[in-house]
Design a protein around this ligand. Structure first.
Ligand code: ADP
Ligand code: MG
Length: 683
């Protein structure tokens, strides 16, 4: 399910990616088109400004031209001409003054700014203009001058004589052009009108300060480069701008309008920003996609590895369980028979010692079998709430003893992770196993830290949902290489020398954890110590302490049934060795014994006579022990039952057992005697 969701996310990302890229490209082109439109509009504005300025100039020139055609230039009666011209000035308020010059005499005949009087020596305000006027030109537009207010002179020659003698000049106030600018550009936009020599004629900002002054280098360069276009520059105030300009072919004046910088700048930077964000986003998404895919793959691989590992443990468990079960039967027979031999050679010290040795070896074998059965989880565990604090209190001496003085031990049981569901004896065994392993890994001393805490969901991810406790055993020892770690839990896997390790420790711990309904994790790295984490189901505090088991120390006496006759026992077991041992033992104890090899044979024997007790092996071909017992109780109500069983089936047998008693293999004569006696005389 998780893989599916991840794949969906990956698919979504894959689908989003091209869309996002497309959007980025589209925005980029949209902004570029927008910018072109803004540029074109601004250029149109500059064109309008020069066209309107030209029109204003032409109007002025028209008025002047009419004056030059006046008959006063024939009579040269300037005194009468003066007031006429004054009237025309009043009609053209944009004119600051009108002046008449005599080029031949180098005199100014009048200037309307002063009262009429004698001519005075003067040259034209624009020094270079005189030369131009003598040619065929019929007008010259002067540069903007400060005279003392900023003025632009229009010169019109009076063509009566050759060369031209009189020139009429009108001084225009730049306010006219200032007004034209104002009608064409929005407030805040920087726009300017510049004369052919590159001086400001009008400017939308701070006109007073700039008019008559030279324009910026970038403006002059632009005018020099062509009739119209765009340039990037810096205003005299130091603001970077991007400007459109248009030059009039007639007047030579040019209008400059900065492109609403907010618009153009933001559209440029916006497009870059959006492209950058889109690119970055796409890269991030791609990276995310890769990370997700890689994570998916690793997780899948880990899950497969975990599954393989648990299948392996399962298979090995089944195999060992089967073998251990058979061994158990053999050992039951061996121990039983040795027991009998021992009782018959009493007095012969040599034979007694030999049989003792044999018995001890057989018991060691039985212990190994028990460990194997624990790993294969065929062992019967009494799952009860276990108090970890009490457990460690009880075993602290044993723990200390097994690990020696060179290792520091610290036990920390968290109060909220104190009770677990397990078998106290088995859990103690597991902890001892882990402690011994830690000791073996810390030959030069170190620290053993045992702690408990509530397990996280992650620790128990493969287990049924419920609270768990993590019991952690951590050492500062040699740690394990990857190869050792991978196999550490396998039964019989050991890196220790023959006689030192059996390779059954961790497999037993694993079996105990699984049987408790938990699991086991080992984390280790060569040279970095080992942490073993037992995850166990959390439990409530146990209610009442378990009552002590009734002592089973009574020694067996010669049995007799209540009516005084010999007690009759029917034994049924398919395994010849076990059967022989049981029958002989019971015979020796004074019982009358009938021996059968199958359930059917046993029921047959019951038709012949009555029995007080049925001793039946559980696992038999055909009917199993429980089935035989049921049939027997139907045939002879009141018959007692004792079932013999290996560890492997004990839980099942216990569940199926009604009134009978269970005797676990392997057992010796004494245990058999006690069990029989208890069944026959229930308290
Ligand atoms: P044994 O102790 O008899 O060898 P175990 O099943 O207990 O068997 O452990 C198997 C192997 O795992 C050990 O031989 C050892 O190599 C390794 N091992 C177990 N516990 C530890 C530990 N605490 N530190 C280092 N290695 C360990
Ligand atoms: Mg060990």
């Amino acid at each position: 399910m998780r893989f599916f969701r991840r794949s969906l996310i990956a698919l979504g990302v894959a689908a989003t990616l091209p869309t996002l890229l497309f959007t980025a490209v589209a925005i980029f082109y949209f902004l570029r088109t927008e910018r072109t439109q803004v540029e074109t509009a601004t250029l149109g504005r500059s064109f309008n400004i020069v066209t309107l300025s030209d029109a204003a100039l032409r109007g002025d020139l028209g008025a002047l031209s009419v004056l030059t055609a006046s008959s006063f230039f024939d009579t040269q009666d300037w005194r009468t001409f003066y007031p006429r011209v004054q009237r025309i000035l009043k009609a053209n308020p944009q004119w600051a003054t009108l002046r008449l010059f005599d080029l031949e005499k180098g005199e100014e005949i009048f200037d309307l700014r002063r009262p009429f009087g004698a001519p005075r020596p003067a040259t034209l305000p624009d020094a270079q203009v005189a030369g131009l006027l003598t040619d065929s030109t019929d007008l010259v537009i002067g540069d903007v001058l400060r005279d003392p207010e900023p003025l632009i002179y229009l010169y019109v020659p009076v063509r009566r004589e050759e060369p031209v003698r009189h020139v009429l000049a009108a001084a225009i106030r730049p306010q006219v052009f200032q007004d034209i600018l104002a009608t064409q550009v929005a407030a805040g936009t920087v726009a300017a009108l510049v004369d052919r020599n590159g001086n400001f004629l009008a400017r939308s900002l701070d006109s007073e300060q700039f008019i008559g002054r030279p324009a910026t280098h970038s403006m002059r360069d632009a005018i020099g480069s062509g009739k119209q276009g765009f340039y990037a520059g810096v205003t005299p105030e130091g603001l970077k701008n991007y400007t459109a300009f248009y030059t009039s072919a007639w007047s030579g004046w040019s209008a400059h309008v900065t492109i609403a910088s907010a618009l153009i700048d933001s559209s440029i930077s916006w497009s870059f920003f959006v492209a950058a964000v889109a690119g970055l986003g796409a890269a991030l998404l791609a990276a995310l996609l890769v990370v997700l895919v890689v994570r998916d793959m690793t997780e899948r691989r880990n899950a497969e590895e975990a599954l393989r590992q648990s299948q392996k443990m399962e298979a090995v468990g089944k195999l060992t369980g089967g073998i251990a079960h058979d061994f158990n039967n053999l050992l039951t027979a061996i121990i039983g028979n040795l027991d009998m031999i021992r009782s018959r050679v009493e007095g012969n010290v040599r034979l007694q010692r030999l049989s003792d040795n044999a018995l001890e070896a057989a018991r060691r074998g039985a212990k190994i079998t028990a460990q194997l059965l624990a790993f294969s989880r065929n062992q019967r565990m009494q799952l009860k709430p276990v108090d970890l604090i009490a457990l460690f209190d009880g075993m602290s001496g044993l723990l200390r003893q097994s690990i020696g003085p060179a290792i520091e031990v610290q036990v920390e049981i968290s109060p909220d992770a104190r009770f677990v569901l397990s078998d106290a004896n088995q859990l103690e065994l597991a902890v001892l196993n882990l402690a011994v392993n830690a000791r073996d890994a810390m030959t030069n001393g170190g620290k053993l830290h045992i702690s408990s805490r509530p397990a996280t969901r992650l620790d128990a991810r493969d287990l049924p949902r419920r609270p768990y406790v993590e019991l952690r055993v951590m050492d500062t020892g040699t740690g394990m290489s990857e190869e050792v770690l991978a196999r550490a839990m396998e039964p019989f896997f050991t890196t220790k020398q023959v006689g030192q390790g059996t390779g059954l420790g961790l497999s037993q711990v694993y079996g105990i954890a699984r049987e408790s309904g938990g699991t086991l994790f080992i984390e280790s790295e060569a040279g970095r110590g080992t942490t073993v984490r037992m995850v166990l189901p959390a439990a409530q505090a146990p209610q009442t302490p378990e009552p002590a088991l009734a002592g089973a120390s009574d020694s067996p006496t010669v049995p007799a049934s209540s009516n005084g006759r010999e007690v009759a026992i029917l034994v049924v077991d398919d395994d010849r060795h076990v059967r022989r041992f049981v029958c002989e033992s019971l015979g020796n104890l004074g019982y009358s014994v009938v021996e059968t090899i199958s359930g059917a044979a046993a029921l047959e024997a019951m038709r012949e006579r009555r029995f007080d007790l049925l001793v039946a092996d559980y696992a038999m071909p055909g009917m199993n022990g429980i089935e035989v017992a049921r049939a027997a109780q139907r045939q002879q109500p009141g018959i007692h039952v004792l079932i013999i069983s290996g560890y492997a089936q004990s839980a099942a047998v216990e569940a199926a057992l009604g009134t009978g008693r269970l005797l676990k293999k392997p057992f010796d004569v004494t245990e058999l005697a006690i069990a029989v006696k208890e069944v026959l005389q229930p308290q």
